[in-house]
Write a protein that binds this ligand. Structure first.
Ligand SMILES: [Zn+2]
Length: 261
């Protein structure tokens, strides 16, 4: 039987919960057919840490570069030059996480919008895909793309919205990332019908480790890891009535295409 391959398009591996056993986590991921991981970064400092982590394994890792909406209050013009500089590194394959988060509201809305728009501009200038974060901000988020002729790929990661939002994203040309959120029988319930019938050509999967451990797994400590990406693929395969092999092949190829690898 052909071996499945997985591409975790979003894992927060700079998170302190991986400080003590990073190498083991990666070994386990590889043993479970994870072939590539995109380490998501959330700040300038974080991108630097990420680039250190992946230094010795650039076949396996890629990363993003950007300032998360949570930290938009600290974002300043000078960061734009830093992002441009760091993005010259060949492992930086996307700009982000960037977007709007009006759920937690860790940063003021106007700062989030300024930070987000700056990232969109940088991505266009550098011709790098956008790694997008949106929570409770769909309308404002879409407005940030008004009057913009987006020339780069953009993925809305950790999609948890409804059918209407989903198809608005697809109409805009965006890609969608699904996490273990969909494995939660309660929190993921509203997405079942959507997932069963969605077109797959711009869908990708991610763990968002160490967050969002698939609910069906009983893991000590509740830390999510890239090795559990298969659970997200299984859930979509089941709803789409496809084999795990077929679905994982589709997601892997989509991810390669998305990041221009
Ligand atoms: Zn996010």
């Amino acid at each position: 039987m052909k071996q499945n391959s997985y591409f975790d398009i979003g894992a927060n591996l700079t998170h302190e919960s991986f400080d003590n056993d990073f190498m083991t986590v990666i070994e386990l991921a590889k043993l479970n057919n994870v072939k590539k991981i995109c380490i998501t970064s959330t700040s300038i400092e974080d991108t630097k840490v990420s680039l250190k982590l992946l230094e010795n394994d650039q076949e396996f890792f890629i990363t993003t570069c950007g300032v998360h909406p949570h930290y938009a209050d600290t974002f300043e013009e000078s960061n734009i030059d830093e992002i441009k500089k760091l993005s010259k590194h060949p492992a930086v394959k996307a700009i982000g996480e960037t977007g709007l988060d009006l759920n937690r509201n860790y940063s003021r809305k106007e700062n989030q919008i300024f930070c987000f728009k700056s990232h969109i501009e940088v991505a266009q200038e550098l011709n790098l895909p956008l790694f997008l974060h949106q929570r409770d901000a769909h309308k404002d988020f879409m407005n940030c793309f008004n009057h913009i002729n987006l020339k780069v790929n953009a993925v809305v990661h950790c999609f948890t919205g409804d059918k209407k939002e989903f198809y608005e994203y697809l109409d805009k040309g965006f890609w969608i990332g699904f996490t273990g959120w969909i494995c939660d029988p309660i929190r993921g319930k509203h997405m079942i019908d959507l997932i069963a019938n969605m077109p797959l050509d711009r869908i990708m999967i991610e763990t968002d480790s160490p967050y969002l451990l698939p609910k069906n797994l009983k893991v000590k400590g509740r830390r999510n890891e890239p090795q559990f990406i298969v659970e997200v693929a299984k859930k979509i395969a089941c709803l789409q009535k496809k084999s795990l092999e077929e679905i994982s092949q589709i997601f892997y190829e989509n991810s390669q295409r998305f990041f221009n690898l």
